[in-house]
Design a protein around this ligand. Structure first.
Ligand code: JAH
Length: 265
């Protein structure tokens, strides 16, 4: 997979050289190109921002360097991929984007080419995204309802979420399926040695050797945790996928089934 990132802080993307993602790059599974937006300015001061049209606080990113940077991304990526017709998916991290999800990470992992536009200040002149959308699919994405100083940290998160799904990147593909959000529930709590630590025991059932009981305990723990921390996930679950033991526990927790969905009583 090819990944292009345009930013005014290329050093911010240094973590992409590290850990699993760095290893994927060295293995040739991932080709990351980081571009400094200021290299596409033409004035003496390398200006990337301007005052907002219509007035108001803060600054807005000017369209000219962005237009030239995205043109260069298109040309460079096509060269690198050896495909003159190739087009990237352009992801734009912004608090106003659609929520980034694990399902989206799986879709993106199937793409040959992703590009990221990192905004700063109050954002990028809207015409940049309109113009880009005539040449490539443009997807504004949010990683949660909070405001950062720019899109760089969000890019690190998306590249890590997508990169670990690429074939050959994570050693054990089984560890990809049994995790939070793959079945619509939060993950169950996990333990390791020692059996007693600071007076706290590993739950006895986990050492019992009764595989069916372990599976049931984990399922109950995942349901309890999801009800407590993420009731919104329970509301989205299909009741048809729940067994009698699930429904009994959820009843204890104050959840019943209505029109095939879970609802808090
Ligand atoms: C802030 C450009 N959802 C996390 C997130 C992503 C991007 C930004 N903020 C929060 C952001 C300022 C300028 C992007």
């Amino acid at each position: 997979m090819r990944v292009d990132v345009v930013t005014i802080f290329p050093d911010y993307l240094a973590p992409l050289d590290l850990s699993l993602i760095g290893k994927a790059r060295r293995a040739g599974l991932l080709d990351v190109a980081v571009h400094d937006l200021r290299e596409f300015t033409t004035d003496r001061h390398r200006t990337v921002d301007g005052t907002p049209a219509g007035g108001g606080a803060g600054m807005v990113m000017r369209p000219e360097p962005w237009g030239d940077a995205l043109d260069a991304v298109l040309a460079g990526g096509r060269q690198a991929l050896g495909d003159p017709g190739a087009v990237p998916r352009l992801l734009v991290p912004t608090p106003g984007g659609a929520p980034f999800t694990q399902a989206m990470a799986h879709e993106l992992a199937a793409e040959p080419w992703l590009a990221f536009a990192c905004g700063r200040y109050e954002g990028i002149d809207e015409r940049v995204l309109q113009d880009a959308a005539t040449r490539m699919p443009v997807q504004p994405v949010s990683l949660g309802d909070y405001v950062l100083n720019g899109g760089e940290v969000a890019v690190l998160a998306v590249v890590e979420a997508v990169g670990r799904l690429l074939p050959g990147v994570v050693g054990n593909p089984e560890s990809l399926v049994e995790e939070s959000h793959s079945d619509g529930l939060l993950e169950y709590p996990v333990y390791t040695r020692p059996a007693t630590w600071r007076g706290r025991e590993v739950p006895a059932v986990l050492a019992s050797g009764h595989h069916a009981q372990v599976t049931r305990w984990r399922r109950d723990a995942a349901l309890r945790r999801t009800a407590e921390r993420r009731p919104d996930l329970l509301e989205r679950l299909e009741a048809a996928g729940l067994d009698a033991a699930d429904l009994a526990l959820l009843d204890d927790l104050g959840w019943g089934v209505e029109h095939g969905r879970l609802r808090r009583r």
